[in-house]
Design a protein around this ligand. Structure first.
Ligand SMILES: [Ca+2]
Length: 323
């Protein structure tokens, strides 16, 4: 529908009101006024309109039609001119891991990436001179195979895409790749910025870098597809670390906290906080060397999670429960 100007709309309303008034012509208290106006009008067509016999039949119909049109178009105009409603505040839910099983974990393993692939946990570990990529039996925690990285690399997040493990490095701006079945090294890619966490969708890799921005990469050449700023209650949320993509949302543990956040990838807003403070407390009870929470692996077919941390002696397996 063509948009009318402000003046056109006002004229429409005035005309509707005018005809409404005329439709009441015939009532004694208006007769005198209408007759007076009629005499004063210079325009013959207005005098015609003000004739009492015409107003008795024609004007009510005209008035009703114009008021109806005016009302309908006025409503539509109103809806167009109403400023867009502010974004509804994100309802941030809370959750926790209902632990069902404890799995032993190498407490010298500085966990930087964790993901389940074909029933085996893939873990990336960090620290210069100690970094590795390894495969772990999720039932026993036993290390099935492990390959050390060159001393110049500090291992970070990892994910498996098309049977290839992608492993970030912290400041080396290098993404290493490995064959998922036997850890044979593959080609490497470069990127700008730091490497922290890594996960993937059906078509892209998603990287965190310690800032409040996450970056989508093309798995074929690691070129940047897009970036999304992440916010919590409208404020930038930095220190996003290990990642996990589950049912169209990104889970990230926040460095130096015992929280996991759930991020909407469409706009980067955090819509859930998962409290892992009890896990950290338990891990530190078992081993004083246990550092921060870092490690999320989702078990799709069972809707369960493995959650771990740097140098934690235990991996925690269970269900995420929303409070
Ligand atoms: Ca992960």
């Amino acid at each position: 529908m063509m948009k009318r100007s402000f003046m056109q709309e006002k004229v429409c309303h005035l005309m509707a009101g005018f005809f409404c008034l005329l439709s009441l012509n015939g009532r004694p208290w208006l007769n005198a006024k209408v007759a007076e106006v009629s005499r004063l009008c210079a325009k013959p067509w207005i005098r015609l309109l003000l004739r009492r016999d015409a107003s008795a039949t024609l004007f009510p119909a005209l008035a009703l039609s114009l008021l109806t049109i005016s009302f309908i178009t006025g409503c539509k105009q109103g809806s167009k001119s109403t400023p867009p409603a502010p974004l509804a505040e994100v309802q941030i839910s809370e959750g926790f891991l209902k632990v069902e099983r404890l799995i032993p974990h190498d407490k010298t393993s500085y966990t930087q990436g964790l993901e389940l692939f074909n029933g085996v946990l893939i873990e990336s570990t960090g620290q210069y001179g100690q970094s590795s990529i390894r495969k772990i039996d999720p039932a026993t925690g036993k290390v099935l195979s492990s390959v050390n990285l060159e001393d110049r690399f500090f291992g970070e997040g990892c994910t498996v895409f098309n049977d290839t493990i992608y492993q970030l490095t912290w400041k080396e701006q290098t993404c290493l790749t490995w064959a998922a079945d036997d850890l044979t090294p593959g080609k490497t890619f470069t990127y700008t910025g730091e490497g922290w966490g890594l996960t993937h969708t059906d078509t892209a890799l998603i990287r965190s870098d310690g800032t409040a921005t996450i970056t989508w990469h093309d798995p074929r050449d690691f070129s940047v597809i897009k970036t999304v700023p992440v916010t919590y209650n409208g404020n930038p949320q930095a220190y996003l670390n290990e990642l996990e993509w589950v049912d169209g949302k990104i889970y990230a543990n926040v460095y130096q906290t015992d929280k996991v956040v759930r991020i909407r990838p469409s706009d980067g807003q955090i819509d859930q906080l998962i409290d892992c403070s009890k896990l950290l407390a338990h891990a530190q009870q078992q081993s004083p060397q246990a550092e921060v929470l870092n490690g999320l692996a989702y078990v799709q077919e069972k809707n369960r999670w493995f959650i771990g941390g740097k140098n934690w002696p235990t991996l925690y397996y269970g269900e995420l429960i929303e409070k």
